[in-house]
Design a protein around this ligand. Structure first.
Ligand code: FRU
Length: 510
């Protein structure tokens, strides 16, 4: 009987400690410069940190035994540049057959505040939610080998509870304390706790806001640089629903943090969305990034259809977004705006397919079927536009064979950005199809100039206006690869300039 029982557990978990799960990254939908798991189902980024040797660690919510959510572990990958990832063995396993390891964060305990690391300054502590049948509680595990293998703290949980909706601790260092933001998800509260040693936590405050949404998950309390100044501001991000395009969405509020309380900026107490389209959720900021830089990555999908994505036919589900650098700008008349732009893309840029081509009231077409990755990046810089211009900027990626396409446009007269996946047919899902054309109206700090850039990677596109003042992530599933890129502009004043550069991207996987 006993033997049978243990065989059953092994069958459920199906993975052993030291094993790197192998992946086949060649499927036509599989992104080539984004991180996706070797096999099975991935969701939230977890425990993101940069170590002192310059290695980025990405952990992630991972079901290593099925293509839908469940049996949650922490998968792990490492990278020197945030693009070339090396899959590592699973880092954190559930402590028993009825618990799951949910979302959380990781810190480097340089000064051994926890006491776990008597002889080292590179000890890692992971702080995460244990989801059990009766409650969600916060637990910690420590790693003495730089984040590859973890041991659960014997004194777990470090924060007990009586509720099944208490999750996603994100810990930062603030002055001489550890500070945790954690969600009481259905109470619509982000609680702040403080600790001297990562083991003993004291409740410090509760934050709520009426304009966030119907569920609170995956908070980040993050200090962001303010562009063009030496200042910083705090932001509280909360993943929630519904978003402006239905489904799940990540939002943020800008304000101040005094060590115990987060207070929205009294002059601009507005809840805004992190990503303007539909496919970015549960994002997290990396711990340990020097010089006050804020580096961010998110789960690139929507809760409405994440467990139904057609990539199951290739044996995997979900990628992360591109790594992004985040900062804030204050746009006159608009208020705070989160700027989110890809982290240095040079490690993946390949051959240039167009070099500052001029596209004034004209069009440019680039056939990228010879780019092996089937992934490209473009930047368009538009200058000399009068503010009330009726100019229009269009771009399209289309398939030579199936006639499918993904397209976008920017209408200067009313600051309207559109991104459209309606003309793709590879995913039959109501929530995915409705809406499938996203309309975003948002004044930008244009001053007669605008930049538009986008990275398209087989089944995901990320678009950036004004170097990330507006950013949008959209999944799409064509039945045939898209391989023709075209840009056109209309009603551009004669003295204006539109310069377009296009690069093929080098696969990081094959
Ligand atoms: C967000 C989330 C978290 C939770 C995790 C479970 O996508 O629901 O709140 O910790 O996923 O996998």
């Amino acid at each position: 009987m006993k033997t049978l029982y243990f065989a059953a557990i092994a069958g459920v978990l199906g993975v052993s400690n030291a094993q790197v799960i192998q992946g086949n990254y060649t499927g036509p939908l599989r992104p080539q410069v984004h991180f996706s798991p070797p096999q099975f189902f991935m969701n939230d980024p977890n425990g993101c940190f940069l170590d002192a040797n310059g290695t980025w660690h990405l952990y992630y919510q991972y079901n290593p035994t099925d293509i839908v959510i469940g049996n949650q572990h922490w998968g792990h990958a490492t990278s020197k540049d945030l693009y070339h990832w090396e899959n590592q063995p699973i880092a954190i396993f559930p402590p028993d057959n009825s618990s799951q390891v949910f979302t959380g964060s990781a810190v480097i305990d340089v000064n051994n505040t926890s006491g776990f690391f008597p002889d080292q300054d590179n000890g890692i502590v992971a702080i995460y939610t244990l989801n059990t049948p009766t409650k969600e509680i916060q637990a910690i595990s420590f790693s003495r080998d730089g984040g590859f293998t973890f041991t659960a703290f014997e004194g777990n949980p470090v924060i007990d509870s009586t509720t099944t909706n208490f999750r996603d601790p994100k810990v930062i260092r603030f002055q001489d304390n550890w500070v945790m933001a954690v969600a009481f998800s259905t109470d619509l509260v982000i609680a702040i706790y403080t600790s001297p040693d990562l083991k003993n936590w004291t409740h410090a405050s509760n934050f709520t806001h009426p304009d966030v949404g119907a569920l609170f998950e995956c908070p980040n309390l993050v200090e962001l640089p303010v562009d063009g100044s030496d200042e910083t501001k705090f932001a509280l991000t909360i993943s929630t629903n519904p978003g402006p395009n239905d489904g799940t969405v990540m939002k943020y509020i800008v304000g101040d943090f005094n060590g115990t309380h987060f207070t929205p900026d009294p002059t601009d107490d507005v809840v805004r969305v992190v990503d303007a389209i539909k496919d970015s959720y549960a994002g997290q900021y990396f711990y340990g990034v020097p010089d006050g830089e804020a580096v961010f990555i998110a789960w690139a999908t929507n809760g409405d259809y994440a467990s139904d994505l057609p990539t199951a036919s290739e044996g995997w589900r979900s990628s992360q977004t591109l790594p992004r650098r985040n900062s804030l700008v204050n746009i006159p008349g608009q208020g705070w705006d989160l700027v989110s732009f890809p982290f240095d893309l040079s490690p993946v840029l390949g051959n240039q397919l167009a070099d500052t081509a001029s596209v004034v009231n004209d069009s440019l077409s680039v056939d990228y079927s010879n780019v092996e990755s089937n992934a490209i990046y473009f930047e368009a810089n538009i200058t000399g536009l009068s503010s009330a211009s009726s100019s229009l900027f269009n771009f399209t990626f289309s398939s030579k064979t199936s006639g499918e396409s993904v397209s976008g446009s920017y209408q200067f007269a009313d600051n309207t950005f559109v991104l459209d996946r309606n003309n793709t047919r590879g995913f039959d899902n109501k929530a995915f199809e409705n809406p499938s054309r996203f309309n975003v109206s948002k004044p930008l700090d244009t001053d007669g100039a605008l930049s538009i850039s986008a990275l398209i990677d087989r089944s995901i596109i990320e678009v950036f206006l004004n170097r990330g003042e507006l950013s949008g992530t959209m999944l799409f599933y064509p039945t045939e690869p898209l391989s023709i890129f075209s840009i056109s502009t209309e009603a551009i004043p004669q003295d204006a300039e539109v310069l377009v550069s296009v690069w093929g991207l080098e696969s990081v996987w094959v």
